[in-house]
Design a protein around this ligand. Structure first.
Ligand code: MIC
Ligand code: SF4
Length: 649
């Protein structure tokens, strides 16, 4: 038998049933889960709707990190619900102020060789520790908490062989930006990334986690590093050496494809507006004026990243025209900086200190001025995600961000003429888990607090026998879940589906014309089924299942697309929306807004093969046939026909 990749080894040791041949369906046992508040509130409402009394995983953690600004009672209502429901169901609760889920999980819970399912697309961050960590919709995570195996497609494993060592001023972010320049954000569904080679040991666990974090932007299922002596020292410094074990691929492991990266040759890069794969070398952007710089997010807010900020700001001040704000990734990081004087240096240099949370990364404040350049160490720069409609957002590593902040313009770090500050991983991190509340031993009679803004998950009707559809919108390529369901000021409505649904496709609404929600509603009121038509890579980005729930609530039953990203396709199925794919790319242009789509005997067609026959009637009554394909497993078909996973349970 050929040697195994590390991903294959972890999958094999967790296989419940199915086939691990790439492209085939399999189900794996999930050891740990994580939720954050923006998706977790719905996930726990779903868990309750399934009638689950106690979670069955080894460890499940609920974090509060997204909705912490608390404008109005909604956020705090969600927090109270989450704190009480987690206590009742046997889940750890990480309180607001404790930090961003992925960073805290890496510090306090992640374990090499285990599986982690999280209701957040950046869950693979913990692959930096040698975990198989996968992002999913809230309902899939709720099912995993209930003990159900996770159904997935066995991935094609892309190997990344790292050689050499990063030069000063070149950072881990540049490794993943380089990969994004090669693989782009689309076309990688069904793949997973595995890192190996002599360069691995030159990277610390937090640096590895920066790389696995942005694997989410590639659209791959997971990204995994081996577990080695570096992993061991990180866990030892977190007082958790007991969970360490060595893990690596076999020497003769066979990868689908191998990408060689010589770390020595990499240069500082940036993702330009408005996609994480619009990559350019910083030297080509050098001199571009910048008025805002933000350091933080689950990609770049580790102790190492912020100590670099402290070292630079010890001797340099923020340029007068720039607002620099810094959000440490966790309370541990913030605390250590406070204790060692790093925080004083950051404040002294002129930075604004933000809470340890997602904050501006998810549009919670700090929107940049119109047409001004904002430089961020985050992972996503989709148009409008900053909260400013025509934003100019560049994504860089902490090095590039700091130089932009002190120089007032984008700067090539390799030509900055400054000595590279020395930072090192601490021998021991300050461990204080007092903001992580373990579930009580005695969980009898715990009252679950549900204030009025915390609604029920909406029910979906079983799938109609025939579709009598109308196209409510036809969108282009790379439409993200941020386009479908905006976050920012709408984020607080995550547990109020009727209210949040008003914002579906908000960015495509035009003043004075009916909104998407209004159009979808009138289609549904007329007794017809809403249809969304999309191009390539529909549903990129976030795992938010609201991008399926809210359209479902508005009566959408069908998505016709050229391709759909993994998590979003699963969310559609979970909520009874049928995803179908055009056979020919040209077909998309033939189906416009207002067109009628008829599908007869949907169930029979789905069960009898891959092809589904549609009749399309244009607004000027021209009628033609169209063949699409579905990629549903037998269970998926049952789920769609039942009207979603909750109905099946
Ligand atoms: C994001 O980065 O877009 C989020 C907010 O973390 C999402 C989850 C959400 O929408 O709640 C994600 O990446 O899954
Ligand atoms: Fe939070 Fe941003 Fe990370 Fe999403 S990408 S988990 S919003 S920090």
């Amino acid at each position: 038998m050929a040697g195994q990749t590390l991903i294959e080894k972890i999958l094999r040791s967790h296989l419940v049933d199915g086939d691990l041949t790439p492209g085939q369906g399999c189900r794996i046992h999930i050891d740990q889960t994580l939720c954050q508040d923006a998706t977790g509130t719905m996930a726990f409402l779903e868990l309750e709707a399934m009638g689950v009394e106690q979670v069955k995983t080894e460890v499940s953690v609920q974090y509060v990190d997204h909705n912490t600004s608390q404008f109005g009672p909604e956020n705090h209502n969600d927090h109270l619900y989450l704190q009480s429901v987690t206590a009742a169901k046997g889940v750890y609760f990480s309180r607001p102020g404790n930090g961003i889920c992925h960073q805290v999980h890496l510090e306090r819970f992640g374990e090499p060789g285990k599986t982690l399912l999280g209701s957040d697309s950046h869950t693979p961050t913990n692959g930096g520790l040698g975990m198989l960590a996968i992002g999913a919709g809230g309902l899939d995570v709720a099912a995993a908490m209930a003990g159900a195996p996770f159904a997935m497609t066995a991935p094609k494993v892309i190997g990344v062989r790292l050689n050499g060592r990063l030069r000063p001023w070149v950072c881990a972010k540049d490794v993943i930006l380089h990969l994004l320049s090669i693989l782009s954000t689309k076309g990688n569904v069904g793949c997973a990334m595995e890192y190996f080679g002599p360069g691995v040991e030159t990277l610390s666990v937090p640096e590895r986690a920066t790389i696995t974090n942005m694997g989410a932007e590639l659209g791959v299922t997971s990204s995994v590093f081996p577990s080695d002596e570096k992993t061991r020292s990180f866990l030892r410094a977190q007082s958790r050496e007991n969970v360490w074990r060595p893990l690596a691929a076999d020497d003769d492991a066979v990868y689908e494809q191998v990408i060689d990266i010589d770390l020595e040759q990499l240069e500082p890069l940036a993702a330009c507006p408005s996609s994480p794969d619009h990559i350019a070398p910083l030297k080509e952007l050098s001199g571009k004026p910048v008025s805002q710089v933000l350091i933080g997010s689950c990609t770049n807010s580790s102790y190492r990243d912020l100590m670099l900020a402290a070292e630079v700001l010890r001797t340099h001040r923020v340029a007068p025209g720039v607002s620099l704000a810094i959000a440490p990734g966790s309370r541990q990081v913030m605390r250590m900086l406070a204790d060692n004087g790093g925080l004083a240096a950051i404040i002294g240099g002129g930075a604004r200190i933000l809470e340890t949370a997602c904050g501006p990364c998810i549009g919670q404040g700090l929107s940049p001025a119109s047409d001004e350049v904002t430089v961020r160490t985050f992972n996503r720069n989709f148009k409008g995600r900053t909260g400013t409609p025509h934003d100019q957002c560049y994504l860089v590593g902490v090095e590039g961000a700091l130089l932009a902040a002190i120089n007032g313009c984008l700067t090539d770090p390799l030509a900055c003429g400054m000595e590279y500050p020395q930072t090192s991983e601490p021998d021991s991190f300050t461990v204080d888990d007092s903001l992580i509340i373990p579930p009580p031993e005695d969980r009898q009679g715990i009252e679950i607090i549900r204030k009025d803004t915390v609604g029920d998950p909406p029910l979906c009707l079983p799938y109609p026998q025939d579709i009598n559809g109308e196209v409510v919108i036809n969108v282009g390529d790379k439409v993200t879940t941020d386009h479908i369901m905006p976050a920012g000021t709408f984020l607080k409505y995550r547990s109020n589906i009727p209210k949040y649904s008003e914002a579906v496709f908000n960015c495509f609404n035009e003043p004075g014309k009916p909104t998407f929600a209004e159009r979808a509603f009138s289609v549904s009121e007329a007794g017809r089924h809403g249809v969304i038509v999309a191009g390539e890579s529909y549903g990129q980005g976030s795992s938010r299942e609201h991008a399926a729930i809210c359209p479902m609530y508005l009566g959408i039953r069908l998505v016709l697309a050229q391709s759909i990203e993994r998590i979003h396709a699963a969310n559609l199925i979970n909520f009874g929306i049928l995803p179908l794919y055009f056979q020919n790319p040209e077909d998309k242009a033939k189906v416009d807004q207002g067109f009628t789509i008829l599908i007869e005997k949907v169930g029979e067609q789905l069960r009898s093969g891959e092809e589904v026959n549609l009749i399309v009637i244009s607004t000027d009554h021209h009628r033609f046939d169209l063949t699409c394909v579905h990629r549903l497993s037998k269970t998926d078909i049952d789920m769609v026909l039942a009207g979603g996973r909750l109905n099946m349970v």
